[in-house]
Design a protein around this ligand. Structure first.
Ligand code: GRG
Length: 306
């Protein structure tokens, strides 16, 4: 079962558990406050159902950690962190629809369309997507307008046809095809999963006033952890149970999807994920102790069980 506590099982030199015990409830409370029940009741209930359904909250926590690494007060980045989770959640709602991956469970609960119907689930996703951008623009305080604009532009690009949407399209088109190359698979994952994770890290840094060179290093770090995250996701789809995942296990094989374990085998896939994370951590070493939270989160990505 996925829960906000699941991230805390990771052990590293840095006390990630203590860090998350501090951060996760703050993110939960900020999300709950960001979207309150309102009229029309159904759409707000559907948006809140998926947004507040648990999940590891990895994306907001990456954003806050990146802001802090650059020396920013993490509170400045909280509206952006919430918006990132709104967009992640809307992508899960749409991904679970019958026209996409067609799943009945997510985060240990029935999927949005199973509870509210397909029409409302589509609109709940749309509502979350639009509100995410409104929320950044109206609730980010104490940051110059040019930084906010730069972060919004980065996030919009990560979500559109050159990001999540593009990755999902190539993923759908590749289903059932026997000869998907490593290049196509890597395109899918860098866009479908990696783009948003990269935007989390980059936007946190932008809001804190990072230099271009700092942003470039953080983007490389995030690129590596994004790909490692998806490799581990492919592995867990084979090795973990539905109870551990909070969603149907074995979906990739069932949908005849190309995956890294299918191309490389389980052992080599894990080795590649470990290598990407080790490189990612090295990229941040020049930031010293300020990089410890992000480095510990990178380790978590390969150690996680869901
Ligand atoms: C963004 C406009 C727009 C449309 C969405 C459906 C779609 C287009 C894209 C699919 C994106 C997707 C669902 C990628 C998979 C990402 C992934 C590995 C999700 C699991 O993330 P976790 O493990 O989940 O962090 P929790 O529940 O812990 O947050």
């Amino acid at each position: 079962m996925t829960s906000t506590q699941d991230l805390t099982s990771t052990t590293t030199a840095f006390d990630l558990a203590a860090y998350l015990i501090d951060r996760q409830p703050k993110v939960e409370a900020a999300l709950d406050a960001a979207i309150r029940p309102a009229y029309p009741d159904t759409i707000y209930a559907a948006m809140r159902y998926s947004l507040l359904a648990g999940g590891k909250r990895l994306r907001p926590i990456l954003c806050l950690a990146s802001c802090e690494l650059i020396g920013g007060d993490p509170d400045l980045a909280m509206p952006m962190a919430c918006a990132l989770e709104m967009i992640h959640t809307m992508s899960l709602i749409h991904d679970d629809l019958p026209a996409m991956d067609n799943d009945d469970y997510r985060r240990g609960k029935l999927t949005n369309h199973k509870v509210y119907g397909e029409d409302i689930a589509i609109l709940a996703g749309d509502g979350l997507l639009a509100y995410a951008f409104e929320y950044i623009a109206t609730h980010t305080h104490g940051v110059s307008a040019d930084r906010v604009l730069k972060a919004i532009a980065n996030l919009a690009r990560a979500v559109g046809a050159d990001g999540l949407v593009g990755g999902q399209v190539v993923d759908l088109e590749s289903e059932g095809q026997p000869d998907i190359s490593v290049e196509t698979l890597t395109y899918i994952h860098n866009h479908k999963t990696g783009a948003l994770l990269k935007s989390c890290v980059v936007c946190g840094a932008i809001l804190a006033g990072a230099t271009e060179s700092e942003i470039e290093k953080l983007a490389k770090f995030a690129h590596n952890i994004g790909l490692a995250f998806q490799i581990i996701d492919d592995i867990l789809d084979i090795t973990a149970t539905q109870a551990e995942l909070g969603k149907t296990a074995g979906k990739d094989a069932q949908a005849q999807k190309a995956t890294y374990p299918k191309l490389w085998g389980l052992e080599e896939s894990k080795r590649q994920a470990d290598k990407l994370v080790a490189e990612a951590k090295t990229i941040l070493s020049e930031f010293g102790d300020r990089a410890l939270p992000l480095q510990a989160l990178a380790d978590y990505i390969t150690d996680r069980k869901n």
